[in-house]
Design a protein around this ligand. Structure first.
Ligand SMILES: [Zn+2]
Length: 460
């Protein structure tokens, strides 16, 4: 007797596609196999003609801070509707500045506590990255405790007012390497970006199409080269977050070849695989994301490098901003970022499978299995018996049009507005509980919980 039997569907794993039933008891998957192996079930879900996938693991989202108006409840509802069963947000070291929320500096441990307090009512599970925002050596004293709190990955920025200069960055890689922790890098050359932004402002070039020109692809590649080189010198494991373009991916590919995938891993985001900079003309500042959406040739490059393995993961960089906060007169006064938790899987599925003919295991690898492994979520991203029953029933034939009217996020727009996609999330289970069903949230807010992550093993 199992609690739930998902019967008659096509199961997809990172390497295979096969007909099987899935039995869930309590929070775990207990069997994957032929229905005859299973006794009765309390609940039977008919998955005939449907796919059964592991829940999506999104390792890059922003919730309830200066980069998102979403609460844990609103963002996690968007996640559940879109098939994401675990996401990783950020625990910020408080800094004082124009874009900060704080009057005085603070620690990452305080950042973890703050986010865990805010996460009162998530519907899906979540983890946190630490974010080092100040050139203050006292942060090195808390690294051990942060890792013990289940946060073994640390985001570093090369740009913005909370960016680190190369000297402190180099030191930080050495300290992280001592703990076998992972550096997660936002890389764009700050000098170049600041110069271009100042120049465009002086010249009054505030229209949306000037925005991507203020943050060129080579600025991303330059900073990636500096950062990954320093990380390898220090022996620190490196994760290139939101890779957008061929130039940057080529830098990472070179270091990955030289130092191995146990040292260098990377992601791109859904929008960098399927949107290009013609969108600025169409949608103004709504798709203003940093780094910017690039050229069609960069979309192709993202797929090439996902297939080659330079890029392991597809994430969202979800930011829950409203139209009002985005559509201002000049791009430099706008918020950077856009919501995508609810649309990421349907959009990437449609692009990768229907448009570009990639396989279902490719989809599961890049959105479920790889992000779980890269970030030390051993119970997630897989349908292996014994792991968390984070499971999706997905209809690959259902066609619908994306509109922000369906948004569960506080964000009232979508960068995919009007896009017709084939493939729809029908049911989302998080640890055995049905949380989203046919476009409705049916799970209890608060079902989701904080997942303490282990130090990831990158030998896979
Ligand atoms: Zn981000």
């Amino acid at each position: 007797m199992v609690d739930t039997l998902i019967r008659g569907g096509t199961v997809v794993t990172e390497s295979d596609t096969f007909e099987a039933d899935i039995g869930i008891t309590g929070e775990r998957i207990v069997t994957v196999g032929d229905e005859t192996e299973m006794s009765e079930a309390e609940t039977v879900v008919d998955a005939t003609d449907k796919l059964v996938l592991p829940g999506v693991v999104d390792p890059h989202v922003h919730i309830d801070d200066m980069f998102s108006f979403d609460t844990y409840e609103s963002a996690s509802k968007a996640a559940a509707l879109g098939g994401t069963t675990t996401f990783i947000d950020f625990a910020w070291e408080a800094w004082v500045g124009e874009t900060s929320l704080w009057d005085e500096p603070g620690t990452i441990l305080e950042g973890i506590e703050r986010k865990r307090d805010k996460a009162e009512k998530p519907v899906v599970d979540f983890g946190l990255h630490g974010a080092i925002t100040r050139e203050d050596e006292s942060v090195f004293e808390e690294i051990e405790a942060v890792i013990e709190a289940g946060v073994p990955t640390f985001k570093l920025f090369t740009a913005y007012e909370f960016g680190l200069r190369n000297g402190f960055m180099d030191r930080t890689f050495r300290e992280l390497a001592d703990h076998d922790a992972i550096a997660v890098l936002h890389s764009e050359d700050a000098d170049l970006l600041d110069y271009l932004a100042d120049r465009f402002q002086a010249e009054g070039k505030g229209d949306p199409e000037w925005y991507p020109r203020s943050r060129p692809d080579y600025a991303e590649a330059m900073a990636a080269e500096d950062a990954v080189r320093m990380a390898m010198e220090a022996g620190c494991r490196y994760y290139g977050i939101h890779t957008t373009c061929r130039k940057s991916a080529e830098v990472l590919a070179q270091y990955r070849e030289a130092f191995g995938e146990e040292m260098v891993r990377a992601e791109t985001c859904t929008h960098y695989t399927t949107l290009d900079d013609s969108i600025f003309e169409e949608m103004g500042l709504l798709p203003m994301i940093a780094p910017p959406i690039r050229k069609p040739a960069d979309n192709d490059a993202m797929f090439e490098h996902l297939a080659r393995g330079t890029l392991d993961v597809v994430s969202t960089d979800h930011c829950g901003y409203t139209k009002e906060s985005k559509q201002v007169d000049n791009w430099w006064d706008s918020k950077f970022g856009a919501n995508a938790l609810q649309t990421s899987l349907p959009v990437f599925h449609d692009e990768a499978i229907n448009e570009r003919d990639y396989s279902y295991p490719f989809l599961v690898r890049t959105m479920c299995t790889n992000p779980a492994r890269v970030f030390g979520l051993s119970e997630k991203g897989t349908l292996e018996p014994g792991t968390d029953a984070d499971v999706l029933v997905f209809d690959p034939e259902a066609t619908y049009t994306i509109t922000a009217e369906d948004n569960a996020s506080v964000a009232d727009f979508s960068i995919y507005e009007g896009r017709e996609v084939t493939g729809r999330v029908e049911k989302t289970f998080v640890r055995g509980e049905l949380v989203a069903d046919d476009g409705e949230i049916v799970g209890e807010p608060g079902h989701g919980r904080f997942v303490e992550r282990d130090l990831p093993d990158w030998e896979f």
